[in-house]
Design a binder for this molecule. Sequence first.
Ligand SMILES: [Zn+2]
Length: 264
Amino acid sequence: MPAELRFLLPLARRGGTVPILAAGTDTVGHVVQAAGIPLTEVSSLAMDGVPVRSSARAVDGVLDLTPVVRPQRPPTSPPRFLLDVHLGGLARRLRLLGLDAAYHADADDAALVEQAAVEERVLLSQDRGLLRRRAVLAGALVRGAGTAAQLDDVLDRFAPPLAPWTRCMSCNGLLGPVSLQEVATQLEPGTRFTYRDFARCAECGRVYWRGAHAARLERVVARAKDVVHSRLVSSGAAVAQPLCELAFPADGLVTDTCSPRQDG
Ligand SMILES: [Zn+2]
C-alpha cells in the first residue's frame, strides 16, 4: 500500500500487506473503507493486478490502492469547496485567495453531505467517518494540524486558479470596488483618513481595505501562489495566470482587472 494511504491504517497494521476478512456480500469499496481509508483518497483499485471498480464484489486476492493523483481534477472548474465545522480557519484562508469556500459553523454531517452533492462542492474534512459516507461524491481528507499546513495541502492537491482579494473572508460573497464616499459612514475616522482604496462584499456589505493586517495576509497569498505553482510545474501542467485579481493602486479607486473566465 502506498505511503500516502498507509498512515490511515491502525498503527499495528501499517507494515506489509494488510489482511482483511470480508463478508461474501461486501464490495471492494466497502472493504477499503472498513480498513479506515475513505474512497475519496483513492484514484484506482486493482485486484491481483487487474483494475477493479469499488462497486465490484470483494473476492480473495491482493488489492492494490493508488492514491489520488495531484493535482486532482475537481467536479467543477473553478472548484467549489464545502468545509466541515472544524475547518473555519481554512475556509477564511481559501476565501482570501478568491476560492469559493462554503462554511457553516453549525452544519451537521447529513447537511454537509447533501449540500456538497447538490452544489457539486468538494467536501473538505479531517473526519474520515464523514468522508466515508456513501453519499459523498467528491471529498478530500485534509492533512495538517494547523490552518497553514491545511491550506498548503488543499492547494497542493487541487492547484486551483487563485484570485486573491476578490471574496469576503466572512461570508464567501464576492467583493466589488467601492468609493470612499459610499462607505465613509461605516468607517472609523482614523480609517477614513488613512486609507483610500476600499472593496465591499455584495452579500453582507462588509467593507475591506488594506489595513495593518495586510502584510500578514500578503504573505499568505504569496505562499499560496508558490504552492500552486510548484504543484503545476511538478505535474507538467501549463501554469495559468490568475483568473481575476482586484488591484489596489497607491492612489485612486480600487480597480477590477477581471479577465473573462475560461473554463476547462
Ligand atoms: Zn460578506
